[in-house]
Write a protein that binds this ligand. Structure first.
Ligand code: ZN
Length: 269
């Protein structure tokens, strides 16, 4: 089965409510074979599960609590333990259907967190979710912003063995510590307009995946991103690594299967 696996997207976002059928159709027409749907808060868990049932074998659910909570930009704040409490019964209920725990992580953007206490709360929420992932034998789908080093160090300290670092904004040297720990890094279409080109140069292809983070991180700023744009990230990686698009497609698919073993029955060789 040839095609791209979008290892991190927000297909449950309200931006897709009106035309989800078309978005999924266009994804399939443009070479996608699986969408890994991540959650940000407990309120969208049921919607993600429903989407995975509506598009069986194509949309795969992850549940987890994002380090940034609050839907509208003006109400955004760091995660607290209360946010996690609402999520735990649902993670337990759907544990057998999950591909990973996510989106989890650390976000130390000053607008989101401006105290050591706030950072500590984020760390504790991440540690708890890492423990749950370990108990369920599931990988973590991880966000880190302005917190590349603390995130990778925390994952290693907690003995996390399977993790995807999505849209990593840290230094390539820090990413390489993650590579040594066996982690994967997913590259979004926004790579063509970001400052992270060095990351693609340094990361071995064997530790790279592809993602879109739709509806965010598209090739054009302020334009809704869709899974079909994954080819933009793939072409970029192919160019930097000096390999064919076909090679990037195949190796990133194999990496995604290693990272998310529950995909294997659906993605035949
Ligand atoms: Zn995301």
């Amino acid at each position: 089965m040839k095609g791209f696996i979008d290892c991190h997207c927000h297909i449950s976002a309200e931006e897709f409510d009106s035309d989800i059928e078309d978005v999924v159709d266009n994804s399939k027409k443009n070479g996608l074979i699986a969408l890994v749907a991540v959650a940000e808060h407990a309120g969208e868990f049921e919607k993600i599960i429903q989407l995975s049932k509506r598009f069986p074998g194509f949309v795969f659910p992850c549940l987890g609590i994002h380090p940034v909570q609050g839907i509208h930009p003006e109400e955004q704040r760091g995660v607290t333990f209360q946010d996690l409490d609402a999520a735990l019964p649902l993670i337990e209920k759907y544990k057998d259907q999950l591909l990973a725990i996510g989106e989890v992580g650390l976000d130390f953007t000053p607008r989101i967190v401006n105290s050591e206490t706030g950072k500590e709360e984020q760390r504790r929420v991440l540690i708890r979710q890492a423990e749950i992932a370990k108990q369920l034998d599931l990988p973590l789908n991880v966000h880190s912003r302005s917190a590349g080093r603390p995130t990778i160090h925390l994952l290693k300290e907690q003995g996390v063995q399977k993790a995807l670092l999505h849209a990593f904004d840290g230094k390539p040297s820090v990413a390489m510590e993650g590579v040594k720990a066996g982690y994967f890094f997913s590259i979004p279409p926004s790579i063509i307009r970001s400052q992270q080109q060095k990351l693609v140069q340094q990361l071995p292809l064997e530790h790279m995946c592809l993602e879109t983070d739709s509806p965010a991180l598209g090739p054009e700023k302020q334009v809704r991103n869709e899974p079909q744009n994954i080819v933009v990230a793939a072409e970029y990686v192919a160019k930097v690594k000096g390999v064919s698009l076909e090679t990037v497609m195949e190796i990133t698919k194999q990496n995604a299967l290693k990272l998310f073993p529950r995909l294997k029955p659906f993605i035949t060789a």
